[in-house]
Design a protein around this ligand. Structure first.
Ligand SMILES: N[C@@H](CCC(=O)N[C@@H](CS)C(=O)NCC(=O)O)C(=O)O
Length: 210
């Protein structure tokens, strides 16, 4: 494993920064957290925009490296600190599928689910992300016969796409299909998942309803 160079995660409570936090917890590398509270508009502060001009969380720095967008953060971290375990190696056939699911998570699943939640269901043909039902069919199709996205081995693709599916199930955007709920149970049972969830939705800010 490469030596960490001083990792900082720019994270906000109750945000998609959960995914990057979970990645770091899975890897067990030391990191510090800087809170960029999106509900206070801190993601638009000039100093933060220099790191991430999109003004969104998460962003991660590791020595001179600055990386944003959850799939990119996960690919970077897994290659540097989990190569061959959380990341299939370059020459492994599984690498292709691994990268596909990484990109699919924010190029397809997140936007099409957001539109569906807003009750906008576009026909798939003319849209890069396709139709909602087709997306659900693709993910249930792969998960019905396996434990994780890349065969029976947990990878960073499960953190990125799995974390997105988990959130969408919680928000009731995805159907309660047993294929999805069983997969989600395998993810949420992981200690690293729970630590990231506790950090992202802390009980004092998000108490469980009585
Ligand atoms: N494509 C980005 C999405 C990140 C994102 O949506 N972040 C939201 C919070 S969940 C955000 O920072 N919103 C604040 C804003 O847009 O002002 C990724 O995958 O990292």
């Amino acid at each position: 494993m490469a030596a960490p160079r001083g990792i900082t995660l720019y994270h906000s409570p109750a945000s998609r920064a959960f995914t990057a936090y979970w990645m770091l917890e899975e890897l067990g590398v030391p990191f510090s957290v800087k809170t960029v509270d999106i509900r206070k508009g801190e993601q638009k502060a000039p100093a933060y925009l220099k790191l991430n001009p999109a003004g969104k969380v998460p962003t991660l720095t590791d020595g001179p490296v600055v990386v944003s967008e959850n799939p990119a953060i996960a690919i970077y971290l897994a290659d540097r600190y989990g190569y061959g375990t959380l990341a299939p190696k370059i020459d492994e056939a599984a690498r292709g599928e691994y990268l596909k699911w990484m990109v699919f998570s924010t190029a397809v699943v997140d936007p099409v689910a957001t539109l569906h939640e807003q009750k906008i269901d576009l026909p798939g043909f003319n849209f890069s992300f396709g139709a909602f039902d087709d997306m659900v069919g693709v993910v249930t199709g792969v998960l019905k016969d396996r434990q994780f996205l890349v065969g029976d081995r947990f990878t960073a693709a499960d953190v990125v796409l799995g974390g997105t599916l988990s959130r969408l199930l919680y928000q009731k955007v995805l159907p309660e299909d047993p294929v999805l709920t069983d997969y989600n149970a395998r993810l949420t049972a992981r200690e690293a998942f729970q630590r990231a969830a506790d950090a992202t939705w802390p009980a004092h800010l998000f108490p469980t309803p009585a």
